[in-house]
Design a protein around this ligand. Structure first.
Ligand SMILES: Cc1cc2nc3c(=O)[nH]c(=O)nc-3n(C[C@H](O)[C@H](O)[C@H](O)COP(=O)(O)OP(=O)(O)OC[C@H]3O[C@@H](n4cnc5c(N)ncnc54)[C@H](O)[C@@H]3O)c2cc1C
Length: 471
């Protein structure tokens, strides 16, 4: 935020100016703010790493950065951590590591606040979302009396399921309690595969695996990851980290930005993915490193925009083939869709909408697939199924983003119809209320909890009112 109270998110697709901006120091100040604005509209901001309009408000915005305490304690023989809502995950990890501990799940970056990350069901690969692990929360809200702000503890039942992934709709999260696990090390190895079936088989021996579909070569690259039995770095892990930072985090991203954004060259992008990328990654390099080094990358170095779709395991192979076909069609107007894609689109009456993407966009970033175990929340993207979920993410560095938005909208609509795909709440979000109603069987329960915690809708903005039909 700058001195004129102008708020801009990481992706700079969201800019707004709240009338009031507060950063309370303690609970008493927070409750006084809520009390003063009990007839207004309040939203909370984390570290602004969402692309959806979740934080947008014209009225009151609260920043919880001063609530950043980390307190480890024992509870019935279990080690837990009580962490202030505004604590960034990187600070939490640092504090825990000093005690030989960590949290059960990690995402690709650690810039998010703990409340922001859990509010949208943030996830990594091979584990549940962060939200799932929350043991209890303290929430400042109007539960029980719409005219008196108070802090309530949420620790079980449907209230906990709602609060674990709340999109900021229950009130202001003040503090979160999570389980701690002993710090662990992860062994990683890169493997190229011709088919998604080949990649999925590897999960048996590498449960933390994430994998990429490489555009234009259409090969899969698996990062086979498994918890190591040893607690030390191996395989020149330090050199690997430096190599990864210079070659992938910096080199690959700068090259892609240059080819896609500056030179706008389809041929160079094709050449890069077909000829250069396979030579950047050595399948022989097996590395073991601490979890927060092995599972995290510097993905926040360059501004970008992302949409991420979630499908269940039984649909992921078909979804991957569909995605590859559609991206080729978006890249080349003469690409012949496979008979199965054509048939699927015809059945869903979506052939006409293909015109909006035909030859319009050359995808220029590896498409990341991550496995998320079904979680115990009401509305996170991985909620409510017995099957594992797979997230499929699409990133662009190109601006203006109109052609990417057209592609994202097409993928959102078609993958909703064909694979019942859900979209990450924190990422670019074209899904409609009607689609959301069909995708989340526990949505009405979530709405009910929202109404109890916030009877007058103080904590709702346009985005949640529209998308969740929460009036
Ligand atoms: C570079 C990059 C990499 C990413 N990698 C991943 C990834 O690996 N996996 C993944 O799942 N997602 C990822 N994301 C998405 C990101 O984790 C989510 O969008 C997350 O919600 C952002 O957290 P934040 O702290 O920035 O919160 P914000 O974006 O500021 O806010 C998100 C939501 O949290 C609410 N909120 C924040 N604090 C509170 C509070 N105290 N009380 C109540 N509500 C609150 C806000 O109102 C809003 O609804 C990534 C995003 C970026 C930009």
């Amino acid at each position: 935020m700058n001195s004129t109270n102008l708020i801009q998110n990481f992706g700079r697709n969201l800019t707004f100016k709240p009338k009031h901006f507060y950063s309370p120091d303690n609970e008493a100040e927070l409750l006084a703010i809520l009390q003063d604005h009990k007839n207004g509209k309040i939203r909370v901001v984390g570290s602004l790493h969402s692309w959806s309009s979740l934080v947008k408000t014209q009225n009151v915005l609260i920043d919880m950065r001063c609530f950043n305490r980390v307190q480890v304690f024992e509870n019935n023989g279990k080690t837990q951590v009580r962490v202030g809502a505004g604590c960034q995950i990187k600070h939490l990890l640092k504090a825990l590591n000093k005690q030989g501990l960590t949290i059960p799940s990690l995402a690709l970056i650690t810039e998010q606040t703990i409340a922001g990350a859990t509010a949208t069901g943030t996830h990594g690969s091979g584990k549940h979302s962060f939200s799932h692990y929350i043991e209890s929360l303290r929430v400042a809200c109007f539960k029980g009396d719409e005219s008196v702000a108070q802090v309530v503890e949420v620790s079980d039942g449907v209230e906990l399921q709602a609060a674990r992934c709340s999109l900021g709709c229950l009130g202001v999260i003040v503090e979160i309690t999570l389980p701690c696990i002993p710090q662990y090390f992860v062994q990683e190895k890169a493997t190229f595969c011709e088919t998604i079936e080949g990649v999925l088989v590897l999960e048996k021996k590498a449960p933390l695996q994430q994998f990429f579909l490489m555009p234009h070569s259409w090969l899969f690259l698996a990062q086979e990851r498994v918890v190591s039995s040893e607690c030390r770095r191996r395989g020149l892990a330090g050199v690997y980290r430096v190599y990864w930072f210079l070659v992938i985090d910096l080199g690959m991203h700068l090259t892609l930005k240059l080819f896609a954004s500056v030179l706008k060259s389809k041929k160079l992008i094709h050449f890069f993915f077909r000829r250069v990328v396979p030579s950047l990654i050595s399948p022989r390099w097996v590395v073991t490193d601490r979890s927060d080094h092995a599972l995290v990358m510097e993905h926040e170095l360059f501004r970008h925009l992302e949409i991420e779709l979630f499908v269940t395991r039984s649909k992921v192979s078909a979804a991957a083939s569909f995605v590859a076909d559609i991206l080729q069609f978006a890249d080349d107007a003469n690409h012949q869709l496979s008979p199965s894609t054509h048939e699927r689109l015809q059945k869903a009456d979506l052939l006409d909408s293909l015109e909006s993407i035909k030859g319009q966009f050359t995808h220029h970033y590896p498409i990341c697939f991550r496995r998320i175990l079904p979680d115990d929340t009401l509305i996170s993207m991985a909620s409510g199924e017995s099957e594992d979920w797979y997230s499929i993410s699409f990133i662009t560095y190109v601006e203006p983003r109109d052609n990417f938005y057209a592609l994202g909208t097409f993928l959102s609509n078609s993958m909703f119809e064909l694979f019942q795909a859900r979209i990450h709440w924190g990422k670019w979000f074209p899904q409609t209320a009607e689609q959301i109603n069909q995708l989340y069987p526990n949505l009405e329960e979530f709405r009910n909890v929202c109404r109890q915690f916030d009877p007058k809708g103080v904590f709702r903005n346009q985005f949640v009112e529209d998308k969740l039909s929460l009036k």
